[in-house]
Write a protein that binds this ligand. Structure first.
Ligand SMILES: Nc1nc2c(c(=O)[nH]1)N[C@H]1C(S)=C(S)[C@@H](COP(=O)(O)O)O[C@H]1N2
Ligand SMILES: [Mo]
Length: 313
């Protein structure tokens, strides 16, 4: 299979710059033109979708304002729904997030298949505002709704052999038509070490902005790991597997020199084709400095004590 290099086209065509101009237009209040400029399915305005009961709200983005709803839900990476930033919101209608089950398998004392709503009712939902950083050097601040993955892992009782946790996206060419093309080896799989998976910052998200997740953001259930590049956060998860050995993961298989297994945000380790030292916060004009571990070093750096982060990128 040909190794696809999406980032070259993405970055040279600078859809990001186009998008920013669109944002400036919005800021100027060019209301009449907005409908024409926004991608179909990404209307300007208020959050939509089923409201969620949130037990508590935690700001873990240093008081920064969340990125507007229409950017969070209109500028996405979800290659199963198309490879441009505006495809996922346009194409998400084919994804049917209910009914939905999640299978828990592998090195765990309580393997089971759970309905996603039953799963979400097992734990109080929290709003967590996180900074999120894509490997393509753009970032957002997103008010996720979810629960710590650690709470679920504790309930499932992994065996002492469990050292990794893998997350698999739905495989279904009708719901995710991008899977008809060999853009990546499907299904999309990402994984964490078990200590990363059970870190209190690691979330299973079911919503954002107080509403059920839109399809383009990974409905009905997706992983959120704020100190890692966005590609670690698998969307539309159907299977969580506990493993003794490190599994293959989609982007690491596709281009191991570009996408490491760890994928911790690191301004000192460049992508082979661009610097990771700075990033563009969507909605802002000037680039800002990228922080080690995306600004969460105080919380997570100790997980990597003794690991050479240049080799283990
Ligand atoms: N199944 C699946 N999950 C995925 C992706 C994808 O293409 N397919 N893209 C990843 C990348 S590169 C990023 S940056 C984030 C984007 O999440 P967001 O669109 O909700 O901001 O999703 C990640 N999860
Ligand atoms: Mo990304």
């Amino acid at each position: 299979m040909a190794r696809w290099r999406p980032d070259i086209a993405e970055r040279e065509a600078t859809p990001e710059a186009l998008y920013l101009r669109r944002r400036e237009f919005l800021a100027l209040g060019a209301a009449g033109a907005v409908g024409l400029l926004l991608p179909r399915g990404a209307r300007a305005g208020e959050p939509t979708g089923a409201a969620l009961q949130v037990a508590r709200k935690v700001d873990q983005a240093g008081g920064e304002s969340p990125t507007p709803w229409d950017s969070v839900t209109g500028y996405n990476n979800f290659y199963e729904l198309g490879t441009s930033k505006e495809d996922p919101s346009r194409n998400a209608g084919s994804l049917r997030p209910r009914p939905w089950t999640v299978t828990i398998a592998g090195e765990v004392k309580k393997p089971q298949t759970l309905d996603v709503d039953a799963l979400a009712r097992m734990f109080p939902l929290e709003e967590r505002v996180y900074r999120m950083r894509c490997v393509e050097a753009w970032s957002m601040v997103i008010p996720w709704v979810g629960f710590p993955l650690a709470d679920l892992v504790r309930r499932l009782e992994p065996t002492s052999r469990a050292k990794y946790v893998a997350f698999q996206t739905l495989l279904d060419r009708d719901q995710l038509p991008g899977q008809r093309r060999p853009v990546l080896p499907w299904p999309y799989v990402e994984a964490l070490r078990i200590d990363e998976a059970t870190h209190p910052l690691t979330l299973l998200a079911v919503g954002l902005y107080g509403r059920a997740l839109p399809g383009q953001n990974g409905a009905p259930l997706r992983l959120v790991v704020p100190w890692k590049y966005g590609f670690k956060g698998a969307k539309s998860i159907v299977r969580i597997t506990f493993l003794a050995d490190r599994p293959h993961t989609t982007w690491n298989d596709a281009a191991p020199d570009e996408y490491g297994f760890y994928a911790n945000v690191n301004p000192d380790v460049d992508h082979p084709r661009w610097s990771q030292a700075r990033e563009r916060r969507i909605g802002e004009f000037f680039r800002r400095k990228t922080l080690p571990f995306n600004g969460y070093a105080a919380e997570v750096a100790s997980l990597y004590a003794g690991l050479d982060l240049r080799k283990n990128y």
